[in-house]
Design a protein around this ligand. Structure first.
Ligand code: TYC
Length: 125
């Protein structure tokens, strides 16, 4: 596995030190430090959105949910549904916190509205 170099927060760092005449009465003496702010990016925390298997939700309903809320093709949605059916749990997508939370709420509301016990959860990566 190759590692992508990590970046930190924006930093202001010394880039040079120049001699300055001491004793000019301004209370600073000796060295002036020149700084530069380097823009840095921070990667957001990511969350998996998972569907859980149950014995009652119809397979066709789960396929519809995966197509509708996770923008998958019928073929991919069917693969995901069968994976969940056979393994108990499966991933529908990976999102930032707020998007993942929205997906979970949308799926849970939709399942409740149709009186299916389908469960959708999120998990920090
Ligand atoms: N196990 C369900 C059935 O046999 C189908 C199912 C698949 C339910 C995936 C939930 O997340 C799920 N009807």
């Amino acid at each position: 596995m190759s590692e992508v170099p990590r970046q930190g927060n924006p930093t202001t760092r010394p880039v040079a030190a120049t001699p300055r005449a001491p004793g000019n009465g301004d209370g600073r003496s000796g060295t002036a430090v020149i700084t530069r702010t380097k823009p840095r990016t921070k990667r957001p925390n990511l969350y998996r959105v998972l569907l859980l298997n149950d014995d009652y939700t119809p397979m066709e309903f789960v396929v519809h949910v995966v197509e509708r809320f996770f923008n998958k093709s019928r073929e991919d949605a069917t693969r995901i549904m069968l994976h969940v059916h056979q393994n108990g749990v499966g991933e529908c997508g990976i999102f930032t916190y707020e998007v993942a939370e929205t997906k979970v709420t949308q799926v849970m509301d939709f399942a409740r509205k149709h009186q299916h016990p389908l469960q959708c959860v999120m998990e920090k990566k």
